[in-house]
Ligand binder design. Structure first.
Ligand code: ADP
Ligand code: TZP
Ligand code: MG
Length: 263
């Protein structure tokens, strides 16, 4: 599935936050996709129309960018283009929570990619989120993801030490990755747009594409963590691994892990 992203080089229209915009664009380029950032309402429909997937991210949302997200999302729906939503900090403010609800009401979102705190906010579960970070809670993340995916009729890809992807029936669990990934800002945001890029080239298999994206990303992160121990070096190593990791590296990595488990 990864090679198809590289050969087709899909255009990803990102309406994202100003914290991670540059990292997100560089990460998409490293993957082999073609990012275009743009958040003016005046061009939202045109950008969505030329894109192969649309990645919406509410990290530094304002009234204008919310308007753009609704315009871009609806245009993407009309064109049959997949939309991914990253509900950054959904539980932090009423504005964010209402915005997520409005987007979900008006736009047919294919995948919500979020952390556990954001999922809990969408699910209405008791949880202590920590700003844009996942925070802590007792709710069963897998159960929350399955029931919310079913209720909303979409795919949920929730990240953390273990990543879960579910359409409400099927569940893929990804145990790879490394905690250093959470020590640089934007790894979640970039992941959401990487999911969008995989969806763009696998229009009939969104669940499999989202799971493949999460596998690729976690493995690139774990490989990078072997090269760099501190955040600055890790960010650089991670971009390099996103670029250098192909299907062959993914297979080799998983075979090695399997070998370790069996021993
Ligand atoms: N403790 C961890 N162990 C392994 N991977 C992690 C860990 N924490 C986060 N990740 C990875 O970092 C990326 C971002 O996830 P996360 O931090 O949950 O998202 P966000 O940045 O949106 O809060 C994902 O690929 C996830 O798998
Ligand atoms: C710190 C911060 N503040 C608003 S958006 C943002 C970036 C969040 O990025 P991620 O969810 O990928 O950690
Ligand atoms: Mg996030």
């Amino acid at each position: 599935m990864l090679e198809k992203v590289r050969t087709e080089n899909p255009i990803i229209h990102c309406i994202t936050n100003h914290v991670v915009s540059n990292f997100q664009a560089n990460g998409l380029l490293a993957l082999g996709a073609s990012p275009i950032m743009g958040e003016a309402p005046e061009e939202a429909a045109e950008l969505a129309a030329l894109a192969d997937a649309v990645s919406l991210n509410i990290g530094t949302l304002n009234s204008q960018s919310l308007t753009s997200m609704l315009i871009a999302g609806k245009k993407a729906n009309a064109m049959g283009t997949p939309v991914v939503l990253d509900p950054v900090g959904a539980g932090a403010t009423e504005f964010r929570k209402n915005a997520v609800n409005k987007i979900l009401e008006e736009v047919n979102v294919a995948v919500i990619r979020c952390n556990a705190g954001e999922l809990a906010a969408i699910a209405g579960a008791d949880w202590q989120a920590k700003g844009v970070d996942a925070g802590e809670g007792d709710a069963d993340i897998g159960e929350m993801a399955r029931t919310t995916a079913k209720r909303l009729g979409l795919i949920i890809a929730v990240s953390g030490a273990t990543d879960l992807v579910t359409d409400g029936e099927r569940v893929a669990e990804i145990q790879y990755g490394h905690e250093i990934m959470a020590s640089i800002t934007g790894t979640g945001c970039l992941l959401s747009s990487v999911v969008a890029a995989f969806l763009a080239v696998h229009p009939k298999a969104h669940f499999e594409a989202a799971a493949a994206a999460m596998h690729y990303y976690a493995i690139a992160g774990e490989l990078a963590s072997r090269q760099a121990e501190l955040p600055g070096a890790f960010q650089r190593a991670f971009l390099d691994r996103l670029a250098a990791t192909g299907e062959g590296e993914l297979d080799k990595f998983m075979q090695e892990k399997e070998g370790v488990l069996k021993r």
